[in-house]
Design a protein around this ligand. Structure first.
Ligand code: F6P
Length: 356
């Protein structure tokens, strides 16, 4: 069998561990030849496909390295018009690919499903995202690393906040799901955690900061980039119209600083963590988890179970049809145990308790 492997969408720690595990498993167990496709679907969209042979040596020594040796793109859209789609189809045929393993987020899953539907290309999906928001996937690899990075940032911010008696806002990534802000906020001992799932009330936040001005004299707010005030819309940093998902979030931490400053005495400052959360070496947990995802993808290939995406449910690796995942999102449920626990230990979720 000839198997293509691509990484699409935003990168995340652990991608190389998946590439290594899927390639080595396929070489070990089957008569498989593996081709790495450059820069996600972009590598299949030109007149000359851009691929490299992945043998045992090519994927050795990459387990612990962040990013992706294949490169990625979050603007490549193989579905953008009929000519592009036809080119992708022709390239898949010319390369003799029996199946393409697409490692990516919800956007990549939608694209893989769309290309498969339109061209007959066989594919297998491996979910990735630091946002931890893919359906049927209780833990995405990359998330643990991002939580560790954001937690470290919060701990560093705390000592300077304490020294200067400031309110410090730390903005995490996470787009429409608050998992990253929630777990980093809990692990980093934030006083207020703001999530996209729960619109914030400015007065409630100001009250917590004012109360802390009297005693602790500093406050740490951890907020997801998709969080917003009740009745407002999300803070959009830019729109990239060529991208399958054109909205780039970011900057809500600065919006909150401007809103909050007139209401309290302490100085308010904002740190936007940005891509630091996507970079760096994967944690040991993510290396193992990513290897499990990659190994399962190889098993699906060898069993001919095409059209499936690897999943993790109740701690067990499994799979579901990609179609059931495309365009879905796993956000933080409002009654989630971590939210209840956060409030019970005195963390504000940015609303008066009766409204939460
Ligand atoms: O989906 C993963 C993610 O890291 C989001 O949390 C974030 O909004 C987005 O990617 C940023 O993407 P880009 O690299 O295009 O700015």
């Amino acid at each position: 069998m000839r198997v293509g492997v691509l990484t699409g969408g935003g990168d995340c720690p652990g991608l190389n561990a998946v590439i290594r595990a899927v390639t080595k498993s396929l070489i070990h167990h089957g008569q498989c030849e593996v081709l790495g496709i450059a820069d996600g679907f972009e590598g299949l969209m030109g007149q000359q496909p851009r691929v490299q042979a992945l043998d045992w040596e090519a994927v050795s020594g990459i387990l612990h390295i962040g990013g992706t040796i294949l490169g990625t793109s979050n603007t490549a859209n193989p579905l953008k018009d009929a000519a592009t789609l036809a080119q992708v189809q022709a390239n898949v045929q010319a390369l003799g690919l029996d199946v393409v393993v697409a490692i990516g987020g919800d956007g990549t899953m939608s694209l893989a499903h769309g290309v498969a539907q339109a061209t007959g290309m066989q594919c297998i999906g491996v979910p990735k995202t630091i946002d931890n928001d893919i359906a049927y996937c209780e833990r995405s690899f990359g998330f643990d690393t991002a939580v560790a990075t954001a937690t470290d940032a919060l701990r560093r911010i705390e000592s300077t906040a304490n020294s200067h008696h400031r309110v410090m806002i730390v903005e995490t990534m996470g787009r429409h799901a608050g998992w990253l802000a929630l777990e980093a906020g809990l692990a980093g001992a934030a006083d207020i955690i703001l999530l996209p799932e729960l619109d914030y009330d400015l007065q409630a936040i100001a009250q917590v900061c004012q109360a802390r001005e009297q005693r602790q004299r500093y406050t740490i707010i951890c907020m997801g980039e998709g969080a917003k005030q009740s009745g407002a819309s999300q803070t959009v940093q830019a729109r990239v119209e060529t991208s399958p998902d054109p909205v780039r979030l970011g900057g809500v931490g600065h919006v909150l600083r401007q809103q909050l400053q007139p209401l309290i005495n302490s100085e308010v400052r904002t740190t936007v963590l940005g891509h630091i959360q996507r970079g760096g070496d994967p944690t040991p947990y993510d290396r193992v988890l990513a290897s499990r995802y990659g190994h399962k993808a190889a098993q699906l290939v060898l069993a001919g179970q095409f059209g499936q995406m690897v999943t993790l449910q109740n701690g067990q690796i499994g799979s579901v049809p990609i179609a059931s995942v495309a365009n879905t999102q796993r956000t933080v449920p409002l009654g989630h145990e971590l939210l209840v626990m956060a409030q019970d230990i005195g963390i504000s979720l940015g609303r008066s308790r009766s409204k939460q």
